[in-house]
Structure formats: structure tokens, C-alpha cells
Design a protein around this ligand. Structure first.
Ligand code: MG
Length: 163
């Protein structure tokens, strides 16, 4: 079993991951309404990934013979102001998720829980990749986003993501 503190923080993280999934889904629906089908598809795949993160954490608690307590998922934002601001919001959100993951790592150290510390390493790597990917999209959007032809090509490119 994991300690009470570790149990609490991982259960909270499960909620955060499912919330992330909800947020990406909300963005995906909006992007689809705008006709940006590639961006919509990209964020929808991202939503699925977040659910998988939540499940990975849930399975970890079960593996450690610890309690899973699923709480209410907060309502995600559903009023957006264009594709650039959506990706900026994604970036800020991912940074807050990274901070939450780092808190788990720190607590694992404090609690001398080496198993959780090793486990959470995968999430740290994942967050680094995630932030980088989103940052690159923002950079390109800021350069080309005003130009409709470029936005069209970027939408097409993002739509090619399969997993
Ligand atoms: Mg995640």
C-alpha cells in the first residue's frame, strides 16, 4: 500500500488527467465547429491520451493495493477565442499539470517511496514532450497563423496525427 499522502495526491492526479481529457474534448469540439478539422482531430487524440494517463495512475494504485477514489470532474472551459488562444491555454494547462506531477515526485521523495518515484518518472518525461510539442505549434501559429493558406496547411498536417 502507498501512504495516505501519496494515495491522496495520486487520486487527485487521476482527476486532473480526466479533467485534461475533458478540456481537450471541449477544445476539439470547438475547433471542429470552426472547420479546423486537423486541429480538432489533434486535440481529440490528446483527450484520449489524457484518459489513458488517468487509467495508468488508477492501475498503479490498484497494483499497490491502494484505494481509488474518483471525484467529480470540473466543467472545462467552453468559450474560446480562436486557435492561437486555445493553444496558449493548452500550454498553460500543461505547465500546471507538470507542476502537479513534480509535486508527486517531491512527495514520493519525502515519503521515501522509491516505487512511486520511479513510476512517476514516465509522467515527467511525458510532460516535457507535451510542453515541447505544444510550444512548437504555438511558435508556428504565431508566425503563420494570420495567413489562411498556412493555417490550412498546418491544419492538414496536424490532422495526420494518428496516435
Ligand atoms: Mg496527462
Amino acid at each position: 500500500m502507498v501512504s495516505e499522502k501519496i494515495n491522496k495526491i495520486i487520486n487527485e492526479q487521476i482527476n486532473k488527467e480526466f479533467y485534461s481529457g475533458y478540456l481537450y474534448l471541449s477544445m476539439s469540439a470547438h475547433l471542429k465547429e470552426l472547420g479546423l478539422f486537423g486541429f480538432a482531430s489533434w486535440t481529440r487524440i490528446q483527450a484520449k491520451e489524457e484518459v489513458e494517463h488517468g487509467l495508468k495512475l488508477l492501475d498503479y494504485l490498484l497494483e499497490r493495493d491502494s484505494f481509488v477514489t474518483l471525484r467529480q470532474i470540473p466543467t472545462p472551459n467552453f468559450e474560446f477565442n480562436g486557435v492561437v488562444s486555445i493553444f496558449k491555454e493548452i500550454y498553460e494547462h500543461e505547465r500546471s499539470v507538470t507542476n502537479a506531477i513534480m509535486e508527486i515526485a517531491k512527495l514520493s521523495e519525502d515519503e521515501c517511496d522509491r516505487k512511486t518515484l520511479t513510476f512517476i518518472d514516465w509522467f515527467i518525461e511525458e510532460q516535457v514532450e507535451e510542453e515541447q510539442a505544444v510550444k512548437n505549434i504555438i511558435k508556428r501559429l504565431e508566425i503563420f497563423g494570420e495567413d489562411k493558406a498556412s493555417l490550412f496547411l498546418m491544419d492538414k498536417e496536424l490532422g495526420e496525427r494518428t496516435e
